[in-house]
Every structure is written in structure tokens, then in C-alpha cells.
Design a protein around this ligand. Structure first.
Ligand code: SF4
Length: 440
């Protein structure tokens, strides 16, 4: 019997990308044919469509529902499974409303997909379970194979922080850390399969809790970096309130830990940070940046900014703008606030008009563009190590790779994906660099 072809479309964060890769690996190990894609991928002709959804912003939810609607209108629509945060948070409301979806599976149940997919498909059924403290089924599995030079490895799931705007703790449950030995073994298996670069993932990796000699996230970084053959180690996301000097020292000391850090600040006004429940002040955050740069002067620092949080006045916003100036990030992601169900902020009046949110977002982008450009200019003429990903998407005659600071570089060379080569930077664009191979 031919097992169905499963197409997985992913919305949202890297945690979701990682989860989709794991779903694919689990299903492939069970004999399914699986294709993976992002939200922009063309409508395919799979037997089963898994939409891995994101609930962090209302827009991401609307896009997922619109994609499901498009598939449902096909002449022979696939069986549609909703996975991810929407499935976990909204399953009860969606069950009656989005009839095109046959099954809902939350992030805690992906390990059961082959069993659920194989045995079900007969009538309507909700698979999702409430996430439970200490449960670790979702830290999947041994016998999966991975292709490509980079991979994500989950080190912890869930979040205990309950920032006022964020739905993640409701969708992903409480924090659960994975045993260090399991993480090490998975990274080792991946490097044996040709992976050169691993990104350790968690909603707040800095609060990782291990045991024995690998008790903290700093210990974990040093431990995993020792996996033979691992060329690059990255991690995200870091919460500023939990970032220790030991983590920064590990970045400084260990050659294969990338000199890059994503440290979401969200806002620059103490009043707004307090209302968001972030657990740090503007002053503490700026002190952290100083400490980080004292250990790793050339670190590539990036952040997230949320504008238009309830009660954010013009002067609060100006404090955020001034923090972005002072922080001198290499890059940032900026979002406009939208209320999310279940969260504390959803009970507040969403009082910043949409037009004003867009104006504030645009202002942050304008400030950051100047800093991003300045950081790019500093790279001009430098010889940088670049991990080759494959042919460039925009020009197939070129190869694309990434620097340690996560910048895309396009260059001409006959080198395989996964090669770590030296490239001299010859030109800069808005979001990427051009270069020439030095030796390979
Ligand atoms: S730390 Fe805050 S923003 Fe990040 S996942 Fe947890 S609740 Fe959400």
C-alpha cells in the first residue's frame, strides 16, 4: 500500500521550523513521503496537508486560515491537519468553525503523528493534549535523518515568563529542559550526517536547567561545542533577565560558538517594560550590552521590538527609539502590537491607533537601517568564513552562504553546500553581501 504524500507548510518562528523538520523526519521514518515549505510555497497536490501555525500575531493566524481555505477549495482537497500554536490555543473554537480542518495536533503530540495519521482519517477527532509539566515526549527521536548543512536542535520547550502580550506559555506550556546527554547525542548524530552548524532552540534558552556538570545553559554551550566535527554553534532565544556573564564568556572563549546574540528588548521605556512584565529595566539592558561587548567586542547583536503596546505614549516610544540608537544593533525585527487571546494585555485597552503603530514601526526601521548599513560597511574588504548553503535563490550562477554574524553572502565558486570557505567581501547590498572566494 502506498502511504500518503504529506505536505507541511510552516508559519512563524524557528521553533516551528524545527518542529516541522521533526514532523517530517518522524513521518519519513514511518515511510511517508514528505515535502516541507513555507507560507509562500505554491499550493501542491498532497494527500495530507499539515499547516504548522503561529499564534504570536493575529496576522499569522489569518494567513494560515486563508491558506487552509485555498486548499479546501481544490477539486480533490487534501486531508487538512492543523498543527502548532493555533491548534493548541484555539482548537475548541476552531473545531466548529473551520470545517476544512479534519484534525488538530498540538506541539506536544507530534511524536504520535504516524500512529494518529495511520490509524485515523476516519471521522473527526481532536488529537491535542494539554501540555504537562515535565513531559518530554516532544523532544523527539533517535532514528531520523537530516539533509543540509544546518539544523535546529530543541534544548527546552515552553515558557514560564508570561510576558503580558505573549501567547506562547498558553500554547507551549511550562518550561521543560531536555537532558544534556540527549542534546549532545542528537548533535553528534547530526554532525555524523554532515551537519556543520547547529542552532540550539528554546523559548528562553538562558533558563535551561540541566544537572551535574551541565547544570546551566553556559555549561550546555561548552559541552555541545565539543561534539566532534561541529563547526558552528548558535542559539536562540535569550531573555535579557536570564542572560548571565557565564553565557557571554562561553561565546567569547569557545571558537565554534558564533559571535552572535539575539537579545529581544521589546521596548525602551521602563513604564512599558513593566507593563509587559519583562522583568528588567532599560538601564539593566543597556548594562548587559556593555558587558557583552566588553567580552566580545565584534559580536553581531540583534533584537526584537514591539511598538504600540497598550498605554505606550509618544514619549515612551521615543525612549524605545533612543535605545535602538544607543544599542547599535546589526539588525532587528520590529512588530506592531496586536491583542492575543488569553494574554494579560488582551484585557487592556488597545489604545494606540493602527496608523500610529505603523508610523512608530517605520521610524524604528529608519533608525535601524542606518546602523545596519554602517555594520555592513565595516565588513567591506574583510575576509570572512562563510558556511555554504547552496545556489543563490535570485541568481543560480552564484553560491549563497552565511557569515558567523548571520549575514548572507553571494559569490561565485564551485563548492558544495556545507563547505566552510573564506570569502573576501567586495560589495554590500541592503540585506546581503557580495564576495570573492579566497581559498576553499
Ligand atoms: S519570554 Fe515572554 S515573549 Fe518570550 S516566549 Fe516567554 S512569554 Fe513569550
Amino acid at each position: 500500500m502506498n502511504l500518503p504524500h504529506v505536505q507541511i507548510i510552516t508559519f512563524g518562528c524557528q521553533m516551528n521550523v524545527c518542529d516541522s523538520e521533526r514532523m517530517a523526519e518522524i513521518l519519513q521514518a514511518a515511510g511517508y513521503t514528505v515535502s516541507l515549505g513555507g507560507e509562500d510555497d505554491a499550493v501542491g497536490s498532497a494527500d495530507v496537508l499539515i499547516v504548522n501555525t503561529c499564534s504570536v500575531r493575529a496576522k499569522a493566524e489569518q494567513k494560515a486560515l486563508s491558506l487552509i481555505g485555498t486548499y479546501a477549495k481544490q477539486e480533490n482537497p487534501p486531508l487538512i491537519v492543523m498543527a502548532g500554536c493555533m491548534a493548541q490555543v484555539h482548537q475548541r473554537e476552531l473545531l466548529g468553525k473551520v470545517t476544512a480542518v479534519s484534525h488538530f495536533v498540538g506541539p506536544n503530540d507530534y511524536y504520535r503523528l504516524p500512529e494518529l495519521l495511520g490509524g485515523s482519517l476516519k471521522g473527526r477527532k481532536v488529537w491535542t493534549n494539554e501540555p504537562q509539566c515535565g513531559e518530554a515526549h516532544d523532544f523527539i527521536p533517535a532514528a531520523c535523518s537530516h539533509t543540509g548543512p544546518s539544523a535546529f536542535v530543541t534544548v527546552m520547550k515552553g515558557c514560564d515568563n508570561f510576558c503580558a502580550y505573549c501567547v506562547v506559555p498558553y500554547a507551549r506550556g511550562p518550561e521543560r529542559s531536555r537532558p544534556a546527554q540527549d542534546i549532545y547525542d542528537e548533535v553528534k548524530r547530526l554532525t555524523e550526517q554532515g551537519v556543520q552548524e547547529v542552532s540550539l532552540l528554546g523559548q528562553n534558552v538562558n533558563s535551561y536547567k540541566g544537572s551535574g556538570s551541565v547544570a546551566t545553559f553556559a555549561d550546555l554551550l561548552r559541552y555541545v561545542a565539543e561534539v566532534p566535527g561541529l563547526k558552528r554553534l548558535r542559539f536562540m532565544t535569550s531573555h535579557p533577565k536570564d542572560l548571565s556573564a557565564d553565557i557571554v564568556k562561553a561565546i567569547a572563549d569557545v571558537p565554534n560558538i558564533c559571535k552572535a546574540l539575539h537579545l529581544p528588548v521589546q521596548a525602551g521605556s521602563n513604564k512599558v517594560l513593566k507593563a509587559m512584565g519583562r522583568g528588567y529595566t532599560r538601564e539593566h539592558y543597556l548594562d548587559l550590552l556593555q558587558m557583552i561587548r566588553s567580552y566580545v567586542p565584534d559580536i553581531a547583536l540583534t533584537t526584537d521590538i514591539l511598538v504600540g503596546f497598550p498605554g505606550e505614549s509618544e514619549s515612551d516610544f521615543l525612549e524605545t527609539a533612543s535605545l535602538v540608537e544607543l544599542a547599535d544593533y546589526t539588525d532587528l525585527f520590529v512588530f506592531a502590537y496586536s491583542p492575543r487571546p488569553h494574554t494579560k494585555a488582551a484585557e487592556l485597552v488597545d489604545d494606540v491607533p493602527q496608523k500610529e503603530k505603523v508610523a512608530r514601526l517605520t521610524k524604528i526601521v529608519e533608525i535601524q537601517n542606518i546602523h545596519s548599513q554602517k555594520h555592513m560597511e565595516k565588513l567591506l574588504g574583510k575576509e570572512l568564513k562563510v558556511l555554504v548553503e547552496g545556489p543563490s535563490k535570485s541568481d543560480k550562477s552564484l553560491i549563497t552562504g552565511r557569515t558567523e554574524g548571520n549575514k548572507l553572502v553571494h559569490f561565485s565558486a564551485d563548492v558544495k553546500p556545507g563547505s566552510l570557505v573564506t570569502v573576501k567581501i567586495t560589495a554590500i547590498g541592503t540585506h546581503s553581501l557580495r564576495g570573492e572566494l579566497c581559498h576553499g
